[in-house]
Design a protein around this ligand. Structure first.
Ligand SMILES: [Zn+2]
Length: 293
């Protein structure tokens, strides 16, 4: 998890202290001037000393810019939150709670909770939208993740379904099994009608043409056929490699219970891979109007 020193300096310059983070949050969510929620006059809100709030210049009504964001009700400083989000956006392989514990000097429990909440928030910001469409190709594939727990005891592997638009976004789902009842509904849900769908030879996918009318083609991995013309599942395979490098290298082991959250983190970075500068920016701007839970 090596961040470029120049990137870190950029971060430190932009957010040198708690105040700069709080002001950023206030301006991003509410703007420079806005209609006061209480007196309804056009107002500039000024920082209240000693609190995480700003007050109306006319009536003194206070607004807490962290309200409704993932940072509400935490004792962790906003700057620490921003910094950990920055770490998540400037790595390819993920951020270990142990590393956050070390860098921020917080307890492991706090570090772990921060990472969890940031993954949740990344999932919220990324969203899941249907992929493909007429003339576009979508690949669907499952992979197995895990296998041993922290003590080296064999564990059931988790099955993860991935759906990716070639050259575009990815959506993942941790599913109970590879059976068609667990796989096909997601494919139908996340692939737009008229898409070409490429998969391996798993029988479940035959339904895509027979029942759902997709233009479906498969390569037969069991017969060592990986590419036939432009039919292949290379995009999703390469996403799986990235996920596995992160999970095996950084996280070592991820319980099934939390797997989907980790996947959202990898989805987020994948879906913004062509605009790396936006990765952190979006997290700084997409604060929900309702609380994320
Ligand atoms: Zn007011």
């Amino acid at each position: 998890m090596a961040q470029k020193p120049s990137k870190i300096r950029e971060f430190q310059k932009r957010f040198p202290d708690e105040d700069s983070c709080l002001t950023h949050l206030m301006r991003t969510r509410f703007g420079e001037r806005f209609t006061c929620f209480k007196c309804l006059k056009e107002s500039t809100y000024y920082r209240v000393r000693g609190r995480r709030s700003f007050e109306c210049e006319h009536c003194g009504y206070q607004v807490y810019p962290t309200a409704g964001t993932p940072f509400e009700k935490t004792r962790t400083s906003l700057r620490d939150w921003f910094y950990v989000m920055f770490l998540f956006c400037t790595t390819r392989n993920g951020v270990a709670a142990k590393e956050v514990e070390r860098q921020l000097g917080v307890t492991y429990k706090t570090a772990w909770r921060m990472c969890r909440l940031i993954r949740l928030y990344m999932g919220y910001v990324d969203g899941d939208f249907p992929l493909g469409g007429p003339g576009k190709t979508v690949e669907a594939d499952e992979t197995f993740i895990g296998g041993r727990d922290l003590n080296g005891v064999p564990d059931d592997k988790a099955v993860v379904l991935g759906i990716i638009e070639r050259g575009g976004d990815v959506v993942t789902r941790h599913v109970p099994s590879r059976r068609k009842a667990h796989v096909i509904p997601h494919v139908v849900n996340f692939v737009k009608p008229g898409s070409r769908v490429h998969t391996d030879e798993a029988k479940a996918y035959n339904l895509l043409t027979e029942t759902y009318g997709f233009d479906h083609e498969a390569v037969d991995h069991s017969a060592k056929e990986y590419v036939r013309g432009d039919v292949h599942t290379n995009s999703i395979e390469s996403f799986w490699s990235q996920v596995k490098r992160g999970i095996n290298g950084t996280y070592v082991w991820v319980s099934k219970k939390h797997l989907q959250l980790y996947l959202r983190e990898f989805e987020y970075r994948h879906n913004l891979r062509k605009q790396p500068a936006l990765m952190f920016e979006l997290l700084l701007q997409a604060f929900p109007k309702v609380r994320v839970e």
